[in-house]
Design a protein around this ligand. Structure first.
Ligand code: TIU
Length: 220
């Protein structure tokens, strides 16, 4: 068991049952012309974490620990896209529409792809998910059980939407969850801060948070 400096108290990391889960580091959320920008957001607010996510990813790979990537996306026929999701907000382009990086948030389109610098390598699992949470309508829960994974270290975007939703889903399923502060971002810095605080409040009601340097030191 490794002890990672974390809040609200040290995280007991078990290398035999931990995985890194990188949430939705896709062009659609981090580059101009994608889904994030169509919602009115400044994507430079989240693209700044790319180097930190890369360092975390490489540390897990170097330590021989498993890595899982998620991708928010929908089928080309939109059969897995509820009207409630397609019609929400007032975006300039909706999910499924044609944008500068192909059809917005549709599986296989250029904009939906994981960023090349963070791309999965052979042996890493990629979970395509139609929801904000990675357990809804995916095989993630079964796969984690099959592989004996009991702890999840989280990175990715956005902190209070897909990252926090997935952390909450994982927490309810009995996983120990640790969110790495420098490896997650929101379009709203105050929402990131609030999410970090609500996750670790009340004795870690949703999980733990830790700084990147402490996680890197702990697993190397
Ligand atoms: N809009 C926003 O903040 N996030 C999403 O729509 N998806 C993810 O967080 N991946």
């Amino acid at each position: 068991m490794l002890e990672i400096k974390a809040l609200p108290f040290p995280f007991p990391l078990d290398p035999r049952s931990v995985a890194l889960i990188v949430i939705d580091m896709q062009r659609d959320f981090t580059e101009p012309g994608g889904f994030g920008e169509t919602l009115g957001n400044d994507v430079s607010r989240v693209s700044v974490i790319i180097p930190a996510v890369k360092r975390l990813l490489e540390a897990f790979r170097n330590a021989g620990l498993p890595v899982i990537h998620t991708q928010e996306c929908h089928k080309p026929d939109l059969s897995d896209l509820p009207d409630a999701k397609r019609n929400r907000g007032n975006p300039t382009l909706r999910i499924g529409d044609h944008g500068p990086m192909g059809r917005i948030l549709i599986a296989g389109e250029p904009g939906t792809a994981i960023l090349p610098e963070l791309a999965p390598i052979e042996g890493e699992l990629v979970i395509e998910k139609p929801g904000k949470g990675a357990f809804y309508a995916t095989r993630l829960g079964d796969i984690l059980q099959e592989r004996g994974i009991r702890q999840l270290v989280f990175a990715g975007v956005t902190t209070e939407v897909c990252v926090q939703t997935t952390m909450r889903e994982a927490n309810d399923r009995g996983y120990d969850c640790l969110l790495v502060e420098e490896a997650t971002a929101s379009y709203f810095p105050e929402f990131k801060q609030a999410a970090l605080e609500m996750i670790r409040a009340q004795g870690g009601i949703v999980g733990w948070t830790a700084h990147l340097t402490d996680v890197l030191e702990g697993i190397n």
